[in-house]
Design a binder for this molecule. Structure first.
Ligand SMILES: CC1=C(CCC(=O)O)c2cc3nc(cc4[nH]c(cc5[nH]c(cc1n2)c(C)c5CCC(=O)O)c(CCC(=O)O)c4C)C(CCC(=O)O)=C3C
Ligand SMILES: [Fe+2]
Length: 423
């Protein structure tokens, strides 16, 4: 069986992936031949215009009532055979908030805001929305876009960094949606590359850190004893090591940790520069910062990225810190991982240790972020050259087309994915 995704674009420059046999979820599926590598602009930036006619926003999805909680968690943990009793332990975060995660409403708002910005620029692009784990599901969004006549679609996932969970799984979800709808070869879906260091994503965090530090100054707190903790989702160290292209040595924690470290450094530098530009504030000392991890799950025997934010708060308090500023740099909206793990648990840890705890907002639907995402869409519409794309760290602009093995998950095995060279 040969299936073709990513058909020739109308400018003749081929972005074609010929797919050969592979197996996925009991179905004959597609595996791309690696010798198609030459057909992509190496090292993975598409520098020709593509006439995308729609955008599909891909979200994580979350429950919207108590009855949704267990079915949602079954979806998230699908294929790992976790019994419902175990899921009920995770469920208590959701149960605590009436079984409702704010994530779907946040994505509805984001969809609206993106649509308004695309319309304002006269792009004529409808923005669809579908989720990985809850209604509305991604295949429905793909089918809807197809039924409305769209054949060349740009995917945009609500996740900024590289790793299996934050990038490749969304690429697989789009491929799975093409399979579920029978639209392989009928519809081209490409995905916007990881945007951790795009100006629109970075700016709201800078504003947030500036506001939090100003707040501390206003309270008479000494910034020399404040700590800024940049928080992101922990992942298994085995996933972290495989994040990003395999032919680059990213150091400990792989591209995932390297991207977070680079962005945190930029946010910190920009925030301090902004505060120092305000002479009414007096001397602003350097503020100690650290990248920390949250929301670890999985068996205790499996190593995940550390330190955990709660351990870090305890250590900093012991070492004399008086205030903790939490920056959820790994997340795009104030969903459950933020509401529970930071605003509930980590705040409690701050209280226990007698330190001030402040939490910076995520980008959410900040107009700067929304506009920045549409800039990324425009880069792909116009085929903006790699060197003309504005990014805030040396690591970017990240790839439009991932290389073989990028963010692979050896536990789950090979699955087809869009916007990359297989396997
Ligand atoms: C890197 C990353 C992001 C950031 C990138 C992105 O945003 O996509 C993220 C986001 C999210 N994670 C979320 C929820 C969950 N994640 C789980 C489990 C896991 N996440 C992982 C990683 C990530 N997760 C991993 C390695 C696992 C272990 C299981 C596995 O190997 O897959 C579980 C299962 C229970 C448990 O194990 O705790 C739940 C319920 C929600 C929704 C929140 C809401 O409802 O508001 C969001 C946005
Ligand atoms: Fe997660």
């Amino acid at each position: 069986m040969t299936i073709t995704n990513n058909k020739l674009d109308e400018h003749g420059k081929a972005v074609v992936v010929d797919l050969v046999d592979g197996t996925y979820a009991g179905e004959q599926f597609a595996r791309a031949a690696t010798d198609t590598a030459q057909q992509f602009a190496v090292p993975g930036h598409v520098e020709q215009p593509v006439a995308y006619d729609a955008v599909i926003l891909a979200g994580f999805g979350g429950p919207e009532g108590q009855d949704d909680v267990i079915p949602f968690l079954r979806n998230v943990t699908r294929g790992r055979g976790i019994p419902d009793e175990r899921l009920e332990e995770v469920a208590h975060h959701y149960r605590h908030f009436g079984g409702v995660s704010p994530i779907n409403e946040q994505n509805r708002q984001l969809q609206k805001a993106l649509q308004a910005e695309a319309d304002r620029r006269g792009l004529g692009l409808p923005i669809y929305w579908g989720n990985r784990n809850w209604d509305p599901y991604l295949p429905e969004a793909v089918q809807q876009a197809y039924d409305d006549g769209h054949r060349t679609v740009l995917g945009l996932a609500t996740s900024a960094y590289s790793s299996f969970s934050s990038c490749r799984q969304y690429r697989e979800d789009f491929a799975k949606a093409l399979d579920a709808t029978g639209l392989w070869g009928e519809m081209r879906i490409d995905k916007v590359g990881q945007f951790f260091d795009s100006p629109g994503f970075v700016a709201p965090f800078v504003t947030g850190v500036v506001d939090a530090l100003r707040d501390l100054i206003a309270r008479g707190s000494d910034l020399a004893t404040a700590r800024v903790l940049f928080a992101t989702h922990s992942i298994p160290t085995s996933d972290a090591e495989r994040s990003g292209p395999r032919d680059v040595d990213w150091g400990e924690g792989g591209a995932y940790a390297a991207q977070h470290t680079a962005v945190s450094e930029v946010i910190m530098a920009k925030a301090l520069a902004e505060l120092r530009a305000d002479e009414t504030l007096g001397e602003i000392p350097d503020v100690e910062w650290q990248l920390v991890y949250q929301s670890r799950s999985g068996p205790p025997t499996q190593p995940w990225l550390e330190p955990d934010i709660n351990d870090a708060i305890a250590d900093h308090a012991t070492a004399g810190a008086t205030a903790i500023v939490m920056v959820p740099v790994g997340f795009v909206s104030d969903h459950m991982e933020v509401m529970w793990d930071l605003d509930t648990e980590a705040m409690e840890t701050c209280e226990e240790h007698g330190v001030i705890g402040l939490r910076v907002p995520t980008p959410g639907v900040d107009p700067v972020y929304v506009s920045g995402l549409i800039d990324l869409v425009e880069e792909r519409l116009t085929g903006t050259a790699k060197n003309d794309r504005v990014r805030e760290t040396e690591l970017g602009p990240w790839y439009d087309v991932c290389r073989p093995g990028c963010c692979e998950n050896v536990r789950a095995g090979f699955k087809p994915a869009i916007s990359g060279l297989q396997p």
